[in-house]
Design a binder for this molecule. Structure first.
Ligand code: PLP
Length: 434
C-alpha cells in the first residue's frame, strides 16, 4: 500500500492504492503477491491481456531505432504501416489516420477538425457540437464540454460554454432505432442547423451508461439526418472500437454505416503505450488539404513512433488470435452468466451490452433508484475487489438514467474458466453488498 505521507506521488484520491508490480493475461499482481482478475481491463483498455512479451519487444526495437520525430517535420515507416493496416482492419476505405496519445486528445482533434472543415468550406457559422446526455468523451475541457456527465462536469461548468454544446437525450431502446434517432432532428432544429458543425456519440455507451446500445436502424438514421443538415457524424469508438464489442467498429454491429470521423483509443495499443487517434473521411481530409493545406492543430507526441509500434504489435495479435470474434463468443458467455446473476440478485435491474463491453444496472428493485452511501455500484465493486476481481463502477442517476452502473470488460483473450471465475466472484460480491 502506498498511502505513506512521505510519498512524492500525487495520487488521484486519498484512498490507499495497492502497488501493482506485474501483469499476465487477465491477471494483475500487487507487491504483496495478491492476484486480481482484471474484469474491466483497467478502464476497458487491456484488450489483449497483460504481459505480452512480443509487444514489449516491438516497443524496445522501435525505441532503439527511432524513438521520436515531430509530426510537423517527419513521417515514419511505422506510422505509415500502422495507418494503412488499421484503416484496413476497421474497414475505413481511404480514411486518413491521425495518431495522438489519449482519447480526450483524439476527441479534441475531432472537434477542431470538424470546425475547420466547415470554415474551409465557407460555412464559418458552423461551430456547435451536439452530443448526448449521458455520455463521456474525455477530461480535457473541450472533450468535457462535449460530455453529458453531470458528476464530472459540475465544478467546471463556468468554463464549458453550454450554448456551444446542445444535448440530445440518451438512446431509448423502447423506441424503434429510427424513431429514436429522429430526436436528433429536434435538437438540430432548436440549435439552428446552420450553426451546427458535428454530432458526436458513442455507438455503445461506456462509462456513463453501462453499455447501453441503441436499436438497429438508429445509427443509419443518425447518419442520414447528419447528411441532410450538412453536419459531420463523429463516432466516439474510444471504448467500443478495436473489436471489443465483437466487431472492429461497434457502429457497424447492426447498421452499415460509415461516419465522417471515427475516434479511437484504449484498445489501440491496449495499454502498452499511450495511443489514440482519429480516422477522417477522404471528404474531410481533402477539403482541408485542398483548402488551406494544413490541419491547424497538433500535439508534440502526435504520431509517436514507439506508441504506434505498440499499436502495430497489438493489431498483429488481435488479428492472429481473432480477438474480435473471441469478444463476441466470450461476451455471449459472460452476458448469459450476468443474466443468471440478475435472476438471483434483485439489485441487478438489468444486464446488457455487446461483445465484451457489458454492464449491470444496479438499484433498489422497488424504485429502480440507486441506494445507500456509498452507492450500490461502489459497494459491489469494493466487495468484488476484496475477492480479487476488478470492476468499473459508475453513478448513473444524476444524468437521468436508472440506478447505478457496473461495467465489465475483461481482456478479449479471457478463457472459459476465467469467465466462470469472474462470475463466481461477482456473485459473492452481490451477495455481500445487497
Ligand atoms: N471517449 C470515450 C468513449 C471514453 O470512454 C473515454 C475514456 O473513458 C474517452 C473518450 C477519454 O479517453 P482518455 O481517458 O484516454 O482521454
Amino acid at each position: 500500500m502506498t498511502d505513506s505521507p512521505t510519498s512524492s506521488v500525487f495520487y488521484r484520491s486519498r484512498k490507499p492504492y495497492p502497488t501493482a508490480v506485474r501483469g499476465e493475461g487477465v491477471y494483475l499482481y500487487d507487491a504483496g503477491g495478491r492476484r486480481y482478475l482484471d474484469g474491466s481491463s483497467g478502464a476497458l483498455v487491456a484488450n489483449i491481456g497483460h504481459g505480452r512479451a512480443e509487444v514489449a519487444e516491438a516497443l524496445a526495437r522501435q525505441a532503439r531505432e527511432l524513438p521520436f520525430v515531430h509530426g510537423s517535420q517527419f513521417t515514419s515507416p511505422v506510422l505509415e504501416e500502422y495507418a494503412a493496416r488499421l484503416m484496413t482492419f476497421l474497414g475505413l476505405l481511404d480514411f486518413r489516420f491521425w495518431a495522438v496519445s489519449g482519447g480526450s486528445e483524439a476527441n479534441e482533434s475531432a472537434i477542431k477538425l470538424a470546425r475547420q472543415y466547415h470554415v474551409e468550406r465557407g460555412e464559418p457559422g458552423r461551430y456547435k457540437v451536439i452530443t448526448r446526455v449521458p455520455s463521456y468523451h474525455g477530461a480535457s475541457l473541450g472533450a468535457l464540454a462535449a460530455s453529458g456527465m453531470g458528476a464530472r462536469r459540475a465544478i467546471y461548468a463556468p468554463l464549458l460554454n453550454e450554448a456551444a454544446w446542445p444535448k440530445m437525450p440518451r438512446p431509448d431502446p423502447t423506441l424503434s432505432g429510427e424513431a429514436d434517432a429522429e430526436r436528433l432532428r429536434t435538437v438540430l432544429e432548436e440549435a439552428g442547423p446552420e450553426s451546427v458543425a458535428a454530432f458526436i456519440a458513442e455507438p455503445v455507451v461506456g462509462a456513463s451508461d453501462a453499455a447501453l446500445t441503441p436499436n438497429a436502424g438508429y445509427h443509419a438514421r443518425i447518419a442520414e439526418i447528419c447528411r441532410e443538415y450538412g453536419v459531420l457524424f463523429v463516432a466516439d469508438e474510444v471504448m467500443s472500437g478495436m473489436g471489443r464489442c465483437g466487431s472492429p467498429l461497434a457502429i457497424r454491429l447492426h447498421d452499415d454505416v460509415t461516419p465522417d470521423l471515427v475516434v479511437l483509443g484504449k484498445g489501440l495499443a491496449a495499454g502498452y503505450a499511450p495511443l489514440a487517434g482519429l480516422a477522417a473521411s477522404p471528404e474531410v481530409y481533402d477539403t482541408v488539404m485542398n483548402g488551406s493545406g494544413a490541419f491547424k492543430h497538433g500535439f508534440t507526441y502526435a504520431g509517436h513512433p514507439v506508441s504506434v509500434a505498440a499499436g502495430l504489435a497489438v493489431l498483429d495479435i488481435v488479428e492472429r488470435e481473432e480477438l474480435t470474434q473471441r469478444a463476441r463468443v466470450q461476451g455471449e458467455r459472460l452476458l448469459a452468466g450476468l443474466r443468471e446473476l440478475k435472476e438471483r440478485h434483485p439489485v441487478v435491474l438489468e444486464a446488457r451490452g455487446q461483445g465484451l463491453l457489458l454492464g449491470l444496472v444496479l438499484g433498489d428493485p422497488a424504485t429502480g433508484e440507486a441506494f445507500g452511501t456509498p452507492g450500490i455500484a461502489e459497494r459491489v465493486a469494493k466487495a468484488a475487489w476484496e475477492r480479487g476481481l476488478i470492476t468499473y463502477p459508475g453513478t448513473g442517476a444524476v444524468d437521468g438514467t436508472r440506478g447505478d452502473h457496473l461495467l465489465l470488460g475483461p481482456p478479449l483473450s479471457i478463457t472459459d474458466a476465467e469467465v466462470e471465475e469472474l462470475l463466481a466472484a461477482l456473485d459473492g460480491a452481490l451477495e455481500e453488498a445487497e
